[in-house]
Design a protein around this ligand. Structure first.
Ligand code: CTP
Ligand code: MG
Length: 169
């Protein structure tokens, strides 16, 4: 069980960084250039910025590089490589964009909650992307789907308390 927990977190850390760092960056330039979709709503909304997108991607990959460097000294079964950290980070930022795209299609304004989608969009995309090159245990997938919303919830409360976010979700 401890192995499962350690390996699961080790695998997903680049995604967590890619997802959380954009919140810290306070980007300004909307990735959709304020354009609307055919339904008249914003394509993505002001919550998805160019700075956040590239900052998240960069942060995920950077943390992954650190993991690649230190993993030889740690008793961890799963070893990252350049492709796994890039796929996880890309998956996280694209999943987050996909989540906002879907929210806008349901008339949800920026920051309005969409339970499950808000917490898992980036995770699911990361897992799908990394699954293109290797097999992830079902137990790891289930564990991450169960714990990620809790971690997401706690980190967002902190982001809210530190005034990084306007709403705690
Ligand atoms: N963020 C960003 N660029 C991104 C992703 C996130 O600048 N590509 C920043 C924004 O400041 C955003 C915050 O991180 O407000 C939190 O992200 P998220 O909760 O995904 O965005 P919301 O503001 O809740 O917007 P949405 O309704 O689209 O989820
Ligand atoms: Mg949100």
């Amino acid at each position: 069980m401890l192995d499962l927990i350690i390996n699961s977190f080790w695998i997903i850390l680049p995604s967590y960084f890619a997802n959380f760092v954009p919140v810290l960056l306070k980007g300004k330039k909307p990735l959709d250039f304020k354009k609307n979709f055919v339904d008249g709503n914003r394509l993505l909304g002001d919550g998805k910025t160019i700075e956040g997108f590239f900052g998240g991607l960069f942060a995920g990959i950077l943390f992954g590089l650190l993991q690649i460097y230190v993993q030889q000294y740690l008793p961890i079964q799963f070893h990252h490589n350049y492709l796994t950290i890039v796929l996880l980070s890309f998956g996280a930022v694209f999943g987050d964009l996909f989540g906002s795209f879907v929210k806008r299609r349901f008339n949800l304004k920026r920051g309005e909650p969409a339970p499950i989608l808000d917490q898992l969009d980036f995770l699911i995309f990361s897992l799908v992307f990394i699954s293109l090159i290797l097999e992830i245990n079902l137990s790891t997938v289930i564990f991450l789907i169960l714990v990620t919303p809790i971690i997401h919830y706690i980190s967002n409360i902190f982001a809210y308390l530190f005034k990084l976010k306007k709403v705690p979700w």
